[in-house]
Each structure stands twice: as structure tokens, then as C-alpha cells.
Design a protein around this ligand. Structure first.
Ligand code: FAD
Length: 469
């Protein structure tokens, strides 16, 4: 009897517990992806990237003699009709943890079990199931360092090899055509501008992991701070879509660590930030949409995203070179260096006193590595509203950060064309990428800061001090 394998954010063949369990049943496997309502709110860039991921994954499955069946509609209805069409008696999937997916999956599981279908969910997206990490008093961790201390010596399952074959059914059910899903709508800059920056699929992710471990990880403790360097793994887009598993990353880092690579444990700590973000999202889903610390609800944030300073921030013309370089990097590549994310987020929430949700939404529209938990934690951390957040009064100075982490202005010049006699292609690509109505041109003079480093800090601190806690 066939088993349906419901793929979501786990577009890989190796280290895939649900797939392994399905193969162990010995019958044919029907891989399916369902475009349901949970994708309606997906931003333009991550949706486009998901489309690429699906296209690629379908080709990978085809090489194994299998197929990715695409269907659109409410997940339960789609899965039920596939059961009718194929005679499948089991549906397996890898767990997700955002509130929308959890609600959907619980309802699907309960309904299918009632009709006698073996509906089973498996791990794979996280190293540690959120409910499994608890403080001694049985509550969940709210601060990162004790969380890290609690998990750092825990056993992490060894990655599983990809199955030799993915057995096909005698007859395939119909599939939608991916082109009809219009995954690239709203991404005019997609194919021409952003595509060369995409690291697509499992094989590319595994190759990058190898390269990162052989050439970068030893010096990662330092190199990760410098946005002009190729000093991090760049695996976030693959982790976000499950094109690589965190288990594989963890064990590869553990091996590098035993071989003496200094930065390997620091990198494992970053992987655990991802775990921590998921853990918080699981226990307190308000992380995604509300101030985690409710006493911030009375803070006088600007919440109007149409205001001129917000536009200047989104369009990379605040006059703060580090911020603008980071915003332009994201618009062209769909990625932004972590230091850029911290500085851009700090500038929006502190210097410009704008609500972090404005930034969260913009990033969610532009990042190809968009991840619900990591993005929300990053924003709440930066704004000072989150658990274990940087205190509000610690305001990054974008100019001193630039001097420290981009002393030769390499990063800034990579992305900002104005006032360069011969700007690099990356900086010029930005003008190819942006919509026509954005008021920018490479021959412009670079703008004066809309809010200067010191003035913004002063205003942020005054607002903070006036706040009625
Ligand atoms: P590496 O330095 O190689 O780290 C390895 C992996 O660890 C990353 O791929 C990521 O999965 C995880 N990781 C690293 N840093 C963090 C962190 N601070 N929090 C959680 N996980 C982390 N990351 C996303 O994956 N998606 C997002 O949408 C996202 N939005 C962010 C928004 C803001 C405002 C901030 C400050 C950070 C955000 N991050 C996000 C976290 C971080 O910036 C990226 O994970 C990192 O830059 C990705 O590059 P890398 O893969 O080379 O990371």
C-alpha cells in the first residue's frame, strides 16, 4: 500500500526521518507538496525561493524515479482526496513549529487518524524538540546562555543517509504545474538579479558545508563579524527550507571541533540560537507578533510604515552607510550579513523609533532565508522587547560599527554606488533591482543622514527614559 510523504520545509533526501520511516514500510511512496493557506502570508522573496526549491527538489526526486505531486487547497481536503485516489493508508511528515502549521497539522492528524489512516509526524527540523528542554523547575528557558548550557552536551541524533531509492507507485496521481502557482509574483528582480545569489538544493548546501568546514570554520569566531568577508556558513536559506538538516551541521561541526577547529563550537552556538528561537516560538507564540515583554506596549513607537523615514530605511537611503549597504545587500541578494541585520534593525527601532514589526515585515518580504522564529527573535532582540534582548539603552552606533567592522569600507563600497567613480557591479545591480518609483540613481550624491548617529541615540534614550513602566 502506498504511503504519502507530505513535504513542507524539508526539501531533502538525506537525514530525513519521515522519509526513512516511509521507505522502511516497503511500499510505494507518493511525495506531495500542498500549497495551502499557511503560504498566503509568505513574503515575495521567500515565496520565490520556495518555488525554486520545489522545482529543484522535483528534479532530484525524478532522478530517483519518483515525482513531487503538487496540489493546492486546504491540506486535509487535499490529503483526503489523494488517499482516495491512491489507496494510501499512511501519511508521514516532518514537524513544523509555527502556530499556523501546528494548528493545521494537529487537525489533520486527528481527522485522518479517525478515518483509520496512520498519520505520523517526525522530527528533523530541529536538534532538540522544544518540549524536551526544560529548566530544573520544569519551565522553559527564556535566556539563551542557560539554554545553551542545558543542550550543549545532549546527544544529537546522527544524520541518516539518503535512501537508495524512493519506490514509485504503478500509477501517479495528477499534479499541478508549478508555473501555475506563480511563486515569483511580486519578484520582478528574481530571475535576473537575485538568482545568481541563491544556493539551491541539498547538494549545493552539502558542498557549502564542506567548504565552510575546511576553509572558514577555524577562524569563524573572528570572520563572522566582518560583512565584507566570506566568513560564515551561508546555510541559512538551506536550513530554512530544510535543504540541509541541523543534525548534519551539528555533527560536522563536532568533528571539526575534535580536529581542533577553534571556531567550530562558536558555530554550534549559532545553530543553537536557531533552536532557542524555535523553543521560544513554541512556548510563547506571541514572539511572532507582539512585544514579548508586554511592558513595551506603551512605548511610543511609530507604527506607520508609509512615513518617509521608513521608506528611506527600506530603500537604503538613510545616509548611514552601514545601514544602507545592508539594506541594499538584502534587496539584491535576498540575504543580509548578521551584523548588517543587527545594525539595520537597531537603526530602525532606536534611531528612527519605528516599531520592530515594520522591520520584521520588510525582512519577511525580502529575505530568501526568511525563517519565522529567527526573524522574530532577531527583531525582538534588536528592539529590546524580546526575552534575553539587548537592552534598549544599548544603542548601536552605525558609524562606529562601520569603522570597526568595515574599516576599509569594502562592504559599503560593494553596495553603495553613489560618489564612486567606478562602482562595482553589485552596487549597480541595486539600481537594476529597485522599482522605478524609488527616487534613486547611481549618479546622485549620497544623502546626509536622516537621523544622525548621536542625535538618534539621544532621542531613543529620551523616549526610553520617559517611558512609563
Ligand atoms: P552562520 O553564522 O553560519 O550561522 C549558522 C546558522 O545558525 C544560520 O544559518 C542560522 O540558521 C543560525 N543562526 C545564526 N545566527 C542566528 C541568530 N542570531 N538567531 C537565530 N539563528 C541563527 N536568520 C534566519 O535564518 N532567518 C531570518 O529571517 C533571520 N532574520 C533575522 C533578523 C534580524 C533582525 C537579526 C538580527 C537576525 C536574523 N537572523 C535570521 C539571524 C542571522 O542573522 C542569520 O541566521 C545569519 O545571518 C545567516 O547567515 P549564515 O547562514 O551565514 O549564518
Amino acid at each position: 500500500t502506498p504511503v504519502i510523504l507530505w513535504f513542507r520545509r524539508d526539501l531533502r533526501l538525506s537525514d530525513h526521518p519521515a522519509l526513512r520511516a516511509a521507505c522502511a514500510l516497503g511500499g510505494p511512496i507518493i511525495p506531495v507538496f500542498v500549497l495551502d493557506d499557511t503560504f498566503k502570508t509568505l513574503g515575495a522573496a521567500p515565496k520565490w525561493r520556495l518555488g525554486l526549491g520545489l522545482e529543484h527538489f522535483a528534479q532530484v526526486l525524478a532522478k530517483k524515479g519518483s515525482r513531487l505531486i503538487l496540489r493546492r487547497g486546504a491540506a486535509l481536503d487535499v490529503l483526503r482526496s489523494l488517499i482516495d485516489e491512491t489507496g494510501a493508508d499512511a501519511i508521514y511528515w516532518s514537524r513544523l513549529y509555527d502556530p499556523g502549521s501546528v494548528a493545521r497539522d494537529s487537525a489533520v492528524k486527528a481527522a485522518l487518524k479517525q478515518q483509520g489512516i496512520a498519520a505520523r509526524s517526525f522530527g528533523g527540523h530541529l536538534l532538540f524538540e522544544p518540549g524536551s528542554v526544560q529548566t530544573q523547575s520544569g519551565t522553559h528557558y527564556k535566556v539563551y546562555t542557560p539554554f545553551w548550557n542545558a543542550v550543549k552536551t545532549c546527544d544529537v541524533e546522527q544524520p541518516l543517509a539518503a535512501p537508495e531509492a524512493v519506490p514509485a507507485p504503478d500509477k501517479w496521481p495528477d499534479s499541478d504545474d508549478l508555473a501555475d502557482w506563480q511563486m515569483g509574483a511580486g519578484m520582478d528582480r528574481g530571475a535576473a538579479i537575485m538568482r545568481p545569489h541563491v544556493q539551491l538544493g541539498e547538494a549545493a548546501a552539502l558542498a557549502r558545508l564542506d567548504y565552510f568546514l575546511s576553509d572558514i570554520v577555524a577562524g569563524y569566531g573572528e570572520s563572522r563579524n566582518y560583512p565584507a568577508q566570506d566568513g560564515t556558513s551561508q546555510l541559512s536559506e538551506n536550513l530554512a527550507l530544510g535543504e540541509i538538516s541541523p543534525h548534519r551541521c551539528w555533527h560536522a561541526a563536532a568533528r571539526a571541533r575534535h580536529e581542533g577547529a577553534q571556531g567550530a563550537q562558536i558555530w554550534q552556538k549559532e545553530l543553537v540560537w536557531r533552536e532557542f528561537a524555535y523553543h521560544l516560538m513554541h512556548h510563547t507564540p506571541r514572539l511572532l507578533s507582539e512585544n514579548w515583554k508586554a511592558d513595551w506596549d506603551t512605548f511610543p513607537w511609530n507604527t506607520d510604515k508609509r512615513l518617509a523615514p521608513v521608506k528611506a530605511w527600506q530603500q537604503g537611503r538613510t545616509g548611514m552607510a552601514f545601514v544602507d549597504a545592508a539594506m541594499r545587500e538584502m534587496y539584491v541578494t535576498g540575504r543580509m550579513h548578521n551584523r548588517g541585520r543587527m545594525i539595520a534593525a537597531s537603526y530602525l527601532t532606536k534611531h528612527l523609533l519605528c516599531h520592530w514589526k515594520i522591520g520584521l515585515d520588510w525582512f519577511a518580504d525580502c529575505l530568501i532565508d526568511w525563517d519565522p522564529a529567527n526573524n522574530a527573535l532577531g527583531w525582538q532582540w534588536s528592539a529590546g522587547t524580546g526575552p534575553d534582548a539587548t537592552p534598549y539603552f544599548r544603542v548601536f552606533n552605525p558609524e562606529t560599527q562601520r569603522v570597526k567592522f568595515d574599516p576599509e569600507r569594502v562592504y559599503v563600497k560593494t553596495w553603495i554606488a553613489e560618489e564612486q567613480a567606478d562602482p562595482p557591479q553589485t552596487a549597480l545591480d541595486y539600481y537594476r533591482a529597485i522599482p522605478r518609483h524609488w527616487p534613486m540613481h547611481p549618479q546622485d550624491t549620497y544623502p546626509e543622514p536622516i537621523v544622525g548617529a548621536k542625535d538618534g541615540r539621544g532621542a531613543a534614550l529620551r523616549a526610553y527614559e520617559d517611558r512609563d513602566f
